[in-house]
Design a protein around this ligand. Structure first.
Ligand SMILES: [Zn+2]
Length: 379
């Protein structure tokens, strides 16, 4: 008898627990999954970071794509605090762009169509030091870098950025800033013409690309370079997956309408766990409807198989936007943010990623708070 009572008590307890769990699930309101790109602020103490992260968590941020250089110990320190407040921790580390580093030889950097190296004569800006993705030494460097980071217990995922070639065509919103009209591909922005790339393409296609008057007309040469980036990503994905961590990337919008054409990212072929397209409408002279159109392309191109987090570029000083010449200071105004989020979600995005929380004004946060529990119906 005792046994039966005991058994009944256990059953009752289990049922009670089950009901409680159910109740809790039913009362938790839906929330739009929300990520943010962030950088370690100089001299921030652990206490400063904890206050900052707790504030972001309270505002609805679920995870950070966090940039803090290459040192694993820094990610361990920051990651611990991010995890304490209950957010996901993804390490945001550029891939093909690597500044001068004793571990990297100058001859591993990419060469443009004029024979100039991105090591000492980079395109556009001095930071555009792109490596050649066709060199085993470059892969080895990146493999070591990302595996040392993926090994850290506090790291949930590795977030690739600059996983591409330099912009052979610059987004139209940036032409004025750099005083360029990029109506076609120009050799000084076209990479990589190093001996190995030229040799390998000749081997596979029979074409000596250096003897072609307009290489942009050779579809196979484009594909060769899409494939170099795809191969690099998929090898790195294996490395990170072997450590039981996720891997994702910040990508250009598209991929067909923009990412392939501008930076040679055929990202629908990448074996990643999620994509964070930088749907930065102002760079493409688009409005919030443009964000919806691109999100639709992104979701449908990967056949809805992986999550798409729509990257939104926030205007840090809304009152100055109309007078501001530098497109880097443009972005979504508070009154555009609701439309940018609804366009993303209605067109199939899994969530949103903000560039960046530090650019969000009080007015932006207020809009976010009002819409964060809205369940947008997919169109
Ligand atoms: Zn090369």
């Amino acid at each position: 008898m005792k046994k039966i009572i005991y058994f009944l008590t256990i059953t009752f307890l289990l049922t009670a627990c089950k009901n409680e769990v159910k109740k809790e699930v039913a009362t938790t309101p839906y929330k739009i999954p929300l990520y943010a790109w962030m950088q370690l602020s100089k001299d921030a103490t652990d206490e400063d970071l904890k206050i900052e992260f707790q504030d972001l968590k309270n505002k609805g941020i679920d995870g950070l794509m966090y940039s803090a250089g290459h040192d694993p110990s820094v990610y361990k320190r920051v990651g611990k605090i991010v995890k304490q407040v209950g957010m996901e921790f993804h390490t945001w580390i550029p891939t093909m762009v690597q500044r001068t580093n004793p571990k990297l030889k100058p001859e591993w950097y990419a060469i443009n169509g004029k024979g100039e190296s991105a090591f000492d004569k980079p395109a556009y800006v001095s930071s555009y030091q792109f490596l050649c993705p066709n060199k085993e030494e470059v892969y080895n460097f990146l493999e070591n870098l990302y595996s040392s980071i993926a090994e850290i217990e506090e790291v949930d995922g590795v977030h690739l950025d600059y996983i591409r070639f330099p912009d052979v065509i610059l987004a139209e919103g940036l032409w004025e800033k750099y005083d360029l009209v990029m109506d076609k591909e120009y050799p000084q922005f076209d990479y990589c013409y190093c001996d190995k790339c030229v040799h390998d393409f000749k081997e596979s296609s029979g074409i000596d690309i250096k003897n072609v008057e307009d290489p942009s007309q050779i579809e196979g040469w484009k594909q060769f370079r899409y494939d170099l980036i795809t191969k690099m990503v998929n090898r790195l994905a294996d490395v990170v997956h072997d450590k039981n961590k996720v891997i994702n990337a910040a990508v250009f919008p598209g991929p067909n309408s923009i990412a392939k054409k501008l930076v040679r990212q055929e990202w629908d072929k990448w074996n990643l766990d999620a994509f964070y397209p930088m749907n930065y409408n102002d760079f493409y002279l688009g409005d919030t409807k443009w964000i919806g159109k691109l999100t639709k392309e992104e979701v449908s191109t990967i056949s809805n198989k992986k999550p798409i987090y729509s990257g939104l570029f926030i205007c840090p000083k809304p009152e100055n936007k109309s007078k501001e010449d530098d497109p880097e200071n443009h972005g979504l105004l508070p009154e555009e943010l609701e439309a940018a989020i609804s366009e993303s979600m209605k067109n199939g995005a899994t969530g949103i990623c903000l560039f960046t929380p530090n650019r969000m004004t009080d007015a932006h946060w207020k809009v976010l708070e009002e819409v964060i529990h809205t369940e947008y119906i997919k169109e």
